[in-house]
Design a protein around this ligand. Sequence first.
Ligand code: NAD
Length: 484
Amino acid sequence: MIVREELLVDGEWRKPSSAARIPVIDPTTEESIGEAPDVDAADVDTAVRAARRSFTDGPWRRLSEGERADVLERALSLLEPRLDEIGRLVTAEMGLPSSIAGIQIPGGLHVARWFLDVARNLPRSEVRQTQYGPAAVVREPIGVVASIAPWNGPFNMALSKIFPALVSGCSVVYKPAPETPLDGFPIAEALAEAGVPAGVFNLITGDRQAGAALVAHPEVDKVSFTGSTAAGREIGRECGASFKRMQLELGGKSAAIVLEDADVSTTMQGLAMGSFFNTGQVCASFSRVLVPRAREDEMVGALVATAESFVVGDPTDPATTMGPLVSARQRDKVLSLIEAGRAEGAVLATGGGAPAGLDRGFFVAPTVFTGATNDMRISREEIFGPVVAVQTYDSEDEAIKIANDSEYGLHGAVFTTDDEAAARVARAVRTGTFSVNSFTYNTEAPFGGVKCSGVGRDTGQEAVEAYYELKTINLTPSMERLFS
Ligand code: NAD
């Protein structure tokens, strides 16, 4: 049992004023494995005010990007020897198979280091010659950032959200998801030990009320949120009212378009990863698969075989390739959408409930529906589970139309052996990210959505640039040397 009673606020580990606790449940055993504070609005206020003081009066934002990156690099080195422990924590908190955690968790450090290098090379200011005279365009850190994470990639997502903000000179109040609060603590410990000044990084844990209080706090300058479109909509409303900057990485209903000439083995490799990785709890996952009518039987057969090849079970077993869903609530949501698929007339080709032999844990077998149409709930709503709806189409134009007929626009893919067709489809599908013959989460290029999938970009150098405001200083010619 891991019981955390103190939070990092203003450079100190303190007990919050709220005595409430969030239980952490292992989704494999359904047993409680720990607890963390469930903070209230007063605790949120204390953390945000500490962040504000550190931003206004502290040294952090006055350092160069290189100096800040050096401190943050130290924090990553402190996390390095703890990666096995963190991997076990993520496996226990959200069911990520240990065989995958062993690769994914160290990968998070690699991405964080890449962000530090981007910041080191980002020019702080640039002088432009304009018809009004020289102008310096200066990057200044935005200020106090409220960073709110979901549970589906807790440790790695935390690093990807926190490091770009900190290296830019912002002060951060970070709130992990209530399902996975524990792995925020090693990060906070490493940052404090590495010498990040008091108040620059603050960890609070709590549920959506704590998140809402954080977003609404008047001393927050920017909200960086990853999670559901429903929560994103509420956050967007709040930020809009006070003109807070916002970066929202929300839901998706991404379509993989399989063209007539697609190679079946390449397609299945892409779909195994794209539709079922992380038990389908991935915002970018391919939950719609569009196949040409002429190849429906072949592709569905291969997809069912792919789904059935997953070893579903105890995520601590190295042979397991698919763990449980994160919570009973998530399992129930997925099962109710599977039921909706059946009721609306889609045909269950495999899966559809808990796998045989697993009588505890929030497990759902990899599920493939055929005969889906784009008006069904399984084709329109984000399921966030290992569930794929296969639809057929008769022409490339029709496939593109189906892909675009969605309120979401996060990711998508085309599977084909024809480069021209791939480029054509990639350009025609309205999403923020697109992959060809693969499911690629490319952290070195911008990732994000259009339409209801969000605002802003979470990776690439754009993720670092997103934590600055641009200030124009109209110069006298003799000042140019001070800004170039
Ligand atoms: P959620 O969006 O409700 O919660 C994500 C995070 O936001 C948590 O830390 C939560 O405490 C916080 N939060 C929730 N409402 C808030 C608000 N109004 N203001 C501030 N913070 C708030 O997600 P969930 O309940 O964990 O999952 C529900 C659904 O969201 C899933 O079924 C899935 O469809 C989707 N989801 C998407 C992603 C993604 O990566 N895009 C991640 C997780 C969940």
